[in-house]
Design a protein around this ligand. Structure first.
Ligand code: ADP
Length: 841
């Protein structure tokens, strides 16, 4: 059975139940009403018959009593006069309407004939016959015959003809007396039954019958009968009858009253009420069933509509998803090519500016070149920011999960800004707490981007004082660790109401900020989004004119690899007595922590004067310091003066001077003059500190701590490079970079050309642009790799040059067989370092 049929069946079932319930209620109501109506009729009839019975009984008794009284009078007063009789009879007749005559009949001697002796009657005179023969076959004759043998009154049958027809007589024999001259006489009372019943309130359908029942007068005789005038043609609902008897000595009277109950005469109000009520309930129940069906139908309909809607929406959603996927592919492609298109000319601008500033320029010229170099760099950082932001917005940013060392990352980040802070005269210190695990798993380049952005901002908005980058461990376990990063400055601060809004896109504290400090208002937005992508949060605490502290916390997984022990950390400095001299408390803290962790015994001084005093005191006690770690730039007595003073006092001590990168060459000269043991460039990195200590303790005067690695790479002979790049500006730029270097550069304008040249001449390295006409860089690289494999020659390093800073693009390059990947705009130093790295010595 289908669901629809099932529904239909259940609907009909409900209708059936509703109708059955309603009808049975209706029937019950009707039966109750009917019983009630019929019962009422019975009661009514009972009242009627009772009142008839009462009247008849009273009157019949009265007639009987009157006859008896008359007889008693006759017997008691034999000499009663006719006039007296007449008045007595007159009284009786006056009292009882239904007694119409009183008479005395006397028997003729020896005969059966009775002659009227006295008669008093109402109405027409000769209604009673003057002579009655006992035993004749009429009512009177038979009655007289019976009366002769009786002692008590007896009735006759109904008189059939004559003016008195319809009435009957009540007879009583009286003993002989004077009045009746000693012979048998019969006293007669004529009774008109019509008169008895005239008082009976007559129901139209009432039937009344009066019978006399006596022995000797012919058994039961009908004396009176009244039947309804017209027989009803209606339906008789019920037939009622009541029969009563009045007993006397010699006879009894029986009254039978009856009547039919006709439909038309019934009180039908109750029946109608029952009918209406029952029908109403039935209709109500059916209506309920109907309502239920309608509701179910509506529900089904609504369900169908919802199902349709859901199906439609699902389809639409699927379409929308497909469109969005397509759009995001398009967007991603667009980002990649936009990034390429903008970076390529920028590459040329910034590179050329760099080259130009290397040449001899007048003061003004240098200024102009600096302006367009700075503008180019600002533009580049803006492009990078917008690109980053749109990647985040398009959900295209994919975070890496690789092992990295957080200490190195923070120190390198601080290092990048060393020059800037030194030039501004601000202290920059990086402090990674000892409890922070060395190896973590995550995206180091994005983390670096956040830290660099915060440090960059701090420098931008700070004129004096210090900037401290701090990392500490929060909660953590075997698997994961939560780190709190903070970058605090002593700059202009941020008003309280702006603390939230500065994290929004293009939002700055006030619009004049742009004019004074530059910037776009995107850095913090990107940082916030990236921190959130890493599952963390970022916020800022700040007091205006005092400084700001940007904080963010991120949970990292611990790296898989066992923490690498930095070689310099194995230096044994246990028990080494070190004097730290620095005006910055933060710097002293950082150095102290690093040294104490390795077992050194540390003493601190906040100024040059204190340092000299502390040194002299220890030297006098013959317990000199093993090492002085001294900040070069300090207010009052600077680092060089401190060492100078000590040396001039005849002291001898191993010294590490901490220099800032801004006036490095002057400082180095001074260091050489004094003959210092060694120096460090601020911000001091832990590994470099250890290495420097190692150096200064073993070799007293080692001056090459801050050697430039790229400069150190000294190739022996000319190397053959193949530069593949379609943009002539960029070719020119790269060739310019390599002009004074020992490289022999051949140029190709596209992949196909490069492949031909590669097959014809052995190259030491290939610089390969990626986006090119005719044959792109990836295809060309693949072809080169295939060629090498076919020829059985060793792989030549291929460095891809792309404008795409997107991770997927880098992956593509590696997949195509490139050895490395450089992102445009390419700086001279980066290029040289990469070449040195990939060329075998
Ligand atoms: P940008 O620095 O490029 O304008 P950011 O999103 O990095 O954009 O910063 C937004 C704004 O927040 C800045 O313009 C500045 O008003 C405020 N701000 C950020 N860092 C600091 C800070 N260290 N001290 C004071 N104000 C800051």
């Amino acid at each position: 059975m289908s669901a629809r049929q099932q529904n239909q069946a259940s609907v009909w079932f409900f209708y059936f139940v509703a109708a059955a319930l309603g009808l049975s209620f209706l029937v019950t109501l009707l039966v109750l009403a009917w019983n009630n109506v019929v019962e009422r009729e019975v009661q009514k009839f009972a009242y009627e018959s009772l009142s008839i019975d009462d009247i008849v009984r009273t009157n019949v008794r009265a007639a009987n009593d009157s006859l008896e009284n008359f007889a008693t009078v006759l017997e008691a007063v034999p000499e009663i006069s006719a006039a007296q009789l007449e008045s007595y009879a007159g009284d009786t007749l006056k009292r009882f309407d239904f007694i119409t005559a009183i008479a005395i009949y006397r028997r003729r001697a020896g005969d059966d004939e009775f002659l009227s002796e006295f008669a008093f009657q109402r109405g027409p005179g000769a209604s009673l016959p003057p002579k009655v023969t006992a035993g004749t076959d009429d009512a009177m004759g038979l009655g007289f015959e019976a009366a002769l043998h009786a002692s008590a009154p007896i009735p006759t049958g109904t008189i059939e003809d004559g003016p008195a027809a319809g009435s009957f007589l009540l007879l009583k024999p009286v003993a002989e007396s004077a009045a009746v001259s000693g012979r048998a006489a019969i006293l007669v009372l004529r009774i008109e039954p019509d008169e008895i019943f005239s008082n009976v309130s007559s129901h139209p359908y009432l039937t009344v019958r009066l019978f006399s029942e006596s022995e000797g007068v012919g058994g039961r005789q009908l004396l009176f009968e009244r039947t309804p005038a017209t027989a009803s043609r209606e339906w008789a609902v019920d037939s009622l009858e009541e029969s009563t008897q009045v007993r006397f000595d010699r006879y009894s009277m029986r009254l039978i009253a009856g009547r039919e109950t006709y439909w038309g005469a019934l009180d039908k109000g109750l029946l109608f009420t029952g009918l209406v009520l029952g029908a109403g309930v039935t209709l109500l129940l059916i209506a309920l069933a109907r309502a239920k069906e309608l509701q179910a139908r509506e529900l089904r309909e609504r369900n169908r509509v919802i199902e349709d809607q859901v199906r439609r929406q699902t389809r639409e959603l699927a379409e929308a998803r497909d469109q969005a996927l397509a759009a995001s592919r398009v967007e991603s492609d667009f980002l990649a090519s936009m990034s390429h298109e903008i970076r390529t000319p920028l590459n040329a601008i910034i590179g050329m500016a760099e080259l130009l500033s290397d040449t001899d320029l007048s003061g003004d010229q240098q200024k102009y070149v600096d302006v367009f170099k700075n503008a180019g760099e600002a533009l580049l950082s803006l492009v990078n920011d917008i690109l980053d932001l749109s990647k985040i917005e398009a959900e295209q940013l994919v975070l890496e999960k690789i092992d990295f060392n957080v200490l190195a990352l923070v120190e390198q980040s601080a290092d990048i800004y060393a020059l800037k802070t030194a030039a501004k005269g601000i202290e920059l210190a990086a402090h990674v707490a000892a409890d922070v695990p060395a190896d973590l798993l995550g995206d180091p380049s994005r983390l670096r981007q956040i830290i660099l952005n915060l440090i960059g901002n701090a420098i931008k908005f700070t004129e004096s004082g210090e900037i401290v980058v701090h990392v500490s461990g929060m909660a953590g376990g075997e698997e994961r660790v939560r780190l709190l990063f903070s970058v605090s400055d002593t700059g202009i601060g941020i008003p309280e109401e702006k603390l939230e809004s500065i994290f929004g896109s293009f939002t700055q504290v006030d619009s004049s900020t742009t004019r004074k400090y530059g910037g776009t208002g995107l850095g913090l937005t990107i940082s916030k989004r990236v921190v959130e992508m890493m599952g963390g949060r970022i916020w800022v605490e700040s007091v205006e004119a005092k400084g700001s502290t940007f904080k963010f916390e991120i949970e990292f997984k611990r790296g898989d690899s066992t923490p690498r022990e930095l070689p310099s950390q194995t230096v044994d400095i246990k028990g080494l007595a070190v004097l730290i001299v620095d005006d910055s408390e933060t710097n002293r803290l950082i150095l102290r922590e690093a040294l104490q962790a390795q077992g050194a015994v540390v003493t601190e001084c906040g100024s040059g004067g204190d340092a000299v005093a502390a040194y002299t005191a220890r030297a006098d006690r013959n317990d000199p310091f093993d090492l002085i770690l001294c900040d070069a730039q300090m207010p009052g007595m600077d680092g060089f003066e401190v060492i100078d003073t000590i040396v001039k006092q005849g002291g001898s001590v191993k010294t590490l001077m901490m220099l800032t990168s801004s006036n490095l060459s002057d400082d180095l000269e001074r260091a050489n003059q004094i003959g210092l043991g060694g120096y460090l460039v601020k911000p001091v990195k832990r590994a470099e500190l250890m290495r420097a200590i190692e150096g200064v303790l073993e070799i007293a005067a080692k001056t090459e701590v801050a050697a430039d690695r790229a400069d150190a790479a000294k190739p022996g002979e000319q190397r053959a490079l193949l530069l593949v790049e379609d943009n002539s500006d960029n070719r020119l730029l790269i060739k310019a970079y390599l002009k004074r270097e020992p490289y022999d550069v051949d140029e190709a304008e596209n992949g196909a050309e490069a492949l031909e040249m590669f097959k014809n001449k052995p190259y030491d390295l290939v610089l390969m642009d990626v986006q090119m006409p005719i044959m792109d860089g990836h295809t060309a690289t693949r072809e080169i790799r295939a060629y090498e494999a076919a020829q059985g020659i060793a792989k030549v390093p291929v460095i891809a040059l792309t404008a795409h800073a997107i991770k997927e693009e880098m992956d593509k390059s590696i997949e195509a067989g490139c050895s490395a990947h450089l992102t445009k705009p390419i700086k001279k130093q980066t290029l040289l370092t990469a070449l040195a790295e990939h060329l075998e010595p």
